[in-house]
Design a protein around this ligand. Structure first.
Ligand SMILES: NC(=O)C1=CN([C@@H]2O[C@H](COP(=O)(O)OP(=O)(O)OC[C@H]3O[C@@H](n4cnc5c(N)ncnc54)[C@H](OP(=O)(O)O)[C@@H]3O)[C@@H](O)[C@H]2O)C=CC1
Ligand SMILES: CC1=C(/C=C/C(C)=C/C=C/C(C)=C/C=O)C(C)(C)CCC1
Length: 318
């Protein structure tokens, strides 16, 4: 009897989901960037642009007329993505360059070539990310989440900040997550050598993204280079590739999740919206200002993280 009731309940829920699917989809899609701003003559750099949110961001900004440089660790995958963008929009000015954020030599080589060959950079989107991977270290010995999601982008931004300032007005968008709410910066064990939890390591790195954006905004005051962080929403992308459970959940509940195109809206909004021209150091979700957890608002933590990041990367960024 009990089993029959459960089966009947599940049946009713499934039927309701099917019936209301269009409404659920519309609600799940979240905010849309309504700006029609053109980017002709502007240069954009997007990390992790071969798939998911990064690829959709690249497509949108290319349609607005920008020259879009897609920084990808796998050039072959990057070229496939660029080809599919060109297939959608034949005039897209997209190009692929190799960048592995898990290797500081690759980041330095990328930046060196970039500075030699590209004269302007108006929009930098720090989008690439890994989530819940098994314990791994980057080439330089950093735990993978903090290494790629935070330190890799920190170094990249440091190397390109001069160009961004010279190209001002310029914008930096840091793709963080709601997951920053559940993170702490574990200064005593930043690389999780004592204990490792893949979920918490991801949350720590996403909190680091929020703190980096706020601290960088403070330091960039008066330069006409702004920086904001973003939560894209819960997006059905390859991000779940390291967690079978998340992959199953995201597939089963896909109707409730954003598509990568919907997930790209807030990044696009922060990159182009006219009303944000002088807004800096803020966090956005669904193309609107969003809540930042108390640990993401701590100036002391942001400052300490900045110093620790410089020390780990062997750079002097004041
Ligand atoms: N999907 C979601 O629900 C949410 C996503 N986010 C954030 O959005 C951003 C984009 O994620 P999403 O599009 O969903 O995920 P995807 O997994 O689809 O895309 C991640 C991108 O990052 C790239 N990447 C991973 N490691 C490296 C590296 N070492 N060097 C260079 N590039 C790398 C991937 O390249 P490759 O394909 O070669 O692995 C891929 O292009 C991430 O920062 C993520 O944390 C935040 C909240 C929710
Ligand atoms: C609990 C739960 C879900 C929600 C998952 C969420 C909310 C995931 C958020 C992931 C983020 C924010 C990742 C990147 O930063 C699903 C899948 C709807 C299925 C039903 C159970």
């Amino acid at each position: 009897m009990f089993v029959l009731l459960i089966i009947a309940g599940l049946g009713v829920v499934t039927l309701l989901v099917i019936l209301f699917a269009p409404h659920i989809r519309r609600y799940a899609a979240g905010g849309v960037c309504k700006s029609t701003a053109r980017l002709d003559g502007k240069t954009v750099l997007i990390t992790g642009a071969n798939t998911g949110i990064g690829k959709e961001t690249a497509l949108d900004l290319a349609i607005r007329g920008a020259r879009v440089i897609m920084a990808c660790r796998d050039v072959e995958k990057g070229e496939e993505a660029a080809a599919s963008i060109r297939a959608t929009y034949s005039e897209a000015k997209v190009e692929v360059r190799e960048l592995d954020l898990a290797d500081t030599c690759s980041i330095r080589a990328f930046a060196q070539k970039f500075l030699r060959e590209v004269n302007h950079l108006h929009i930098l989107i720090n989008n690439a990310g890994v989530m819940m991977c098994p314990y791994t270290k980057t080439i330089d010995g950093f735990e993978m989440h903090i290494g790629v999601n935070h330190l890799g982008h920190f170094l990249l931004t440091y190397l390109l900040i001069g160009l961004l300032k010279r190209s001002a007005p310029a914008r930096i968008v840091v793709v963080s997550s709601l997951a920053h709410n559940f993170g702490w910066i574990r200064f005593h064990d930043l690389h999780s050598q004592g204990s490792y939890n893949s979920g918490l390591a991801y949350c720590q790195s996403k909190l680091a993204n929020v703190l980096f954006a706020r601290e960088l905004a403070r330091r960039l005051k008066g330069t006409n280079v702004t920086v904001n962080s973003v939560h894209p929403g819960t997006v059905n992308s390859d991000l779940t590739r390291h967690s079978t459970l998340m992959m199953i959940l995201f597939t089963v509940f896909s109707v409730f999740l954003k598509t990568p195109q919907e997930g790209a809206q807030t990044s696009i909004y922060c990159a182009v919206a006219e009303e944000l021209h002088s807004v800096s150091g803020k966090h956005f979700s669904d193309c609107a200002p969003a809540f930042v957890a108390p640990q993401g608002r701590s100036e002391g933590t942001a400052c300490k993280l900045w110093d620790v990041s410089c020390e780990l990367l062997g750079i002097d960024w004041n």
